[in-house]
Design a protein around this ligand. Structure first.
Ligand code: ARG
Length: 275
């Protein structure tokens, strides 16, 4: 069965406020160009063998194109496919959540509501599976709160899924998915400068091979790529990244995401793989 992936067309995509350090530049969006870049992402996923599903974009939700954030997606032997709805920091983003939750509900996903109270938790921006589903890495510090991650961890412990909290400290790496990209079960791409020293020490032993991006590579979203069927979709490439990918038998596919980078996101943030 082809891998299914959810995308949201960028019909209302815009930069209207400052939600992260990239947005402080307040760059204006060329929406026609954004649409072309999104189309190229869609084609690249299809060429890699994915079945692309879409959710309807809605006005007043200018970041809805970033389909990775509204829910956390999981699979568990006992309960099957499930989601944990996010509690987003910014109100326009919080309004995206019910749209996505409905989409998943209609397709039979079980909904696990974590009682987050006032705490924030931002889906796959900060919550990333080990590829073999053995544990979840959870970034906190900018968007997801440490206490939100703690509540999520308690909920996952009932399913016997361990959660590894990681403290993020670089404002340009405000979501874990900007500085942490598993390439396979043994190898991960990280940007070490994004983590508190203690978290970096916690993270390393889970991997046989840890590849380190430079600050420049990380801040250009080269660690926000998509691993799919022997390819690594990335917004830019350097000889350094190319040699890492070669070591791990991944072929780079470069897709321009300049419009989305103005909003602080790139390829990884623009999709959700369905388990
Ligand atoms: N403008 C969006 C925000 O700040 C970008 C989200 C990017 N998503 C991500 N998973 N890093 O919320």
């Amino acid at each position: 069965m082809p891998k299914q992936v959810l995308l949201c067309p960028p019909a209302y995509f815009d930069v209207v406020d400052v939600k992260n350090a990239f947005m402080a530049r307040k760059s204006s969006i060329d929406r026609a160009k954004a649409q072309q870049q999104w189309d190229a992402l869609r084609s690249a996923l299809e060429e890699a063998g994915c079945q692309v599903e879409t959710i309807d974009p809605a006005p007043g939700r200018e970041d809805m194109v970033f389909a990775a954030n509204q829910v956390f997606l999981g699979f568990h032997k006992g309960i099957g496919r499930f989601i944990v709805p996010s509690r987003m920091v910014y109100s326009s983003r919080q309004r995206e959540v019910p749209h996505y939750v409905d989409w998943y509900r209609q397709r039979g996903f079980k909904i696990i509501e974590v009682n987050l109270g006032d705490d924030h938790l931002e889906g796959h921006g900060d919550l990333l599976w080990h590829p073999d589903w053995s544990r979840i890495y959870a970034g906190y510090g900018f968007r997801s709160a440490r206490t939100g991650v703690e509540k999520f961890r308690n909920a996952m412990s009932k399913l016997e899924i361990p959660v590894v909290p990681l403290h993020l400290v670089d404002p340009y790496c405000y979501h874990l998915d900007t500085c942490f990209c598993p390439l396979n079960n043994d190898a991960v791409l990280i940007y070490p400068g994004a983590y508190a020293a203690q978290s970096l020490a916690v993270l390393r032993p889970f991997w046989k091979r840890v590849y380190e991006l430079t600050a420049d590579e990380a801040h250009k979203f080269m660690g926000n790529g998509i691993v799919i069927n022997g390819r690594y979709l990335t917004p830019y490439i350097t000889p350094h990244l190319e040699s890492i990918l070669h070591e791990e038998d991944l072929a780079p596919v470069v897709i321009d995401t300049s419009e989305f980078e103005k909003s602080g996101g790139s390829l990884f943030c623009m999709k959700a793989f369905l388990p």
